[in-house]
Design a protein around this ligand. Structure first.
Ligand code: DAH
Length: 336
């Protein structure tokens, strides 16, 4: 052991501490250069066997070397602690400006949204919203509405008949039987709408579905004429398709209205077929116990899928019936 050697240990220790990139590496360097097995510790222990004339000088050198090594160690330790703390602060930083992760639990289907929209609108005009059963009597679905037994709508092709056939039950093919139900149970004046599900034996394709939805409208009061019908349809169309929408009536035939018309709506610079309407046929009023000499009325019926498809630019009926949550989110407006 000599002074040059001691200086070398100090230099080695200092460069090892400086080279330590983190606290773990510094711990290894400390064990090697300042621990019990380090050269400087060994030298301290060996001092006892050093000749007395060298002892004082070597002891001083070793003591100074140890404190220099410890000082360098403390300094590097402090530096590495600061670096570690800064790293932790950076890594664990919370960016409070990031958008929160929202859990979407669902969305209202566009059909639900439009039913609510239509109901709210007509309620605001003073109408009531009424409902009828989807499993309906053949008499209310057809006969009461003046649809004769030989009418094409009654053939097996269009209608889901329920067995046993003698029970006279069908899945309603239209919401119009709710007209008959309402007239049979309420006294005029009657102002009702009835949105709901309807059934026809059609294949599911781009524009058809065996299960679809309609909204029925019925007004029975004194002195009701076609101008009331036209004004109501124009206001309804503006509500559904925007303020520029107007309706056009084309002569048509429905057994339960006389006269009858197809309703077209002006939307996106073209006429779109929207539904059917007319003045309630006096025969239907009689069937339902209302005196046609006192009362008259109008009725209309529109497809809800069609309304959604036209106004929201949906091309394929499959999108409406498949129940994909992404579709409801995009077109259902009522997001959860
Ligand atoms: N029920 C008819 C259909 O499904 C639509 C309809 C036409 C309803 C004329 C009406 C109406 O109330 O007056 O095709």
């Amino acid at each position: 052991m000599n002074p040059a050697e001691i200086n070398q240990w100090v230099a080695d220790a200092k460069s090892a501490f400086a080279a330590a990139a983190d606290l773990d590496q510094l711990k290894i360097a400390r064990l090697a250069h300042a621990g019990d097995k380090s050269p400087i510790a060994g030298a301290s222990r060996a001092l006892g066997s050093v000749p007395p004339e060298q002892k004082a000088e070597l002891g001083k050198l070793i003591g100074a070397a140890r404190s220099e090594i410890n000082e360098a160690l403390d300094k590097r330790n402090l530096e590495l602690e600061i670096i570690r703390d800064q790293k932790v602060l950076l890594e664990e930083v919370v960016d409070i400006t990031l958008p929160a992760l929202r859990e979407h639990i669902g969305g209202l289907h566009p059909l639900t949204v439009i039913k609510n929209e239509i109901s709210d609108y007509f309620l605001s005009l003073g109408y009531s919203v009424v409902e009828g059963p989807e499993l309906e009597s053949e008499w209310l679905n057809f006969d009461a509405l003046n649809i004769a037994a030989d009418h094409p709508a009654r053939t097996m092709q269009d209608t889901f008949f329920i067995e046993p056939l003698s029970a006279g039950l069908v899945m309603r093919t239209q919401t119009s039987p709710v007209q008959a139900r309402t007239m049979l149970t309420q006294e005029p004046p009657i102002y009702v709408i009835s949105p709901g599900r309807t059934y026809r034996a059609d294949e599911l394709d781009m524009t058809h579905s065996p299960v679809f939805n309609q909204v029925e409208g019925l007004v029975i009061d004194k002195d009701i004429n076609m101008a009331h019908l036209k004004g109501t349809l124009d206001a309804f169309a503006a509500k559904m398709f925007g303020p520029d929408a107007v309706t056009r009536l084309r002569p048509s035939f429905f057994p339960f209205t006389e006269p009858s018309a197809e309703v077209d709506v002006w939307f996106n610079n073209r006429w779109i077929e929207w539904g059917g309407c007319g003045m309630v046929n006096p025969k239907v009023l009689v069937n339902c116990g209302i005196d046609p000499e006192i009362y008259s009325g109008f009725a209309f019926g529109m497809g809800l899928e069609r309304t959604i498809m036209v106004r929201q630019g949906i091309k394929d009926m499959h999108d409406i019936v498949e129940g994909d949550i992404r579709f409801s989110r995009a077109f259902g407006l009522g997001l959860a």
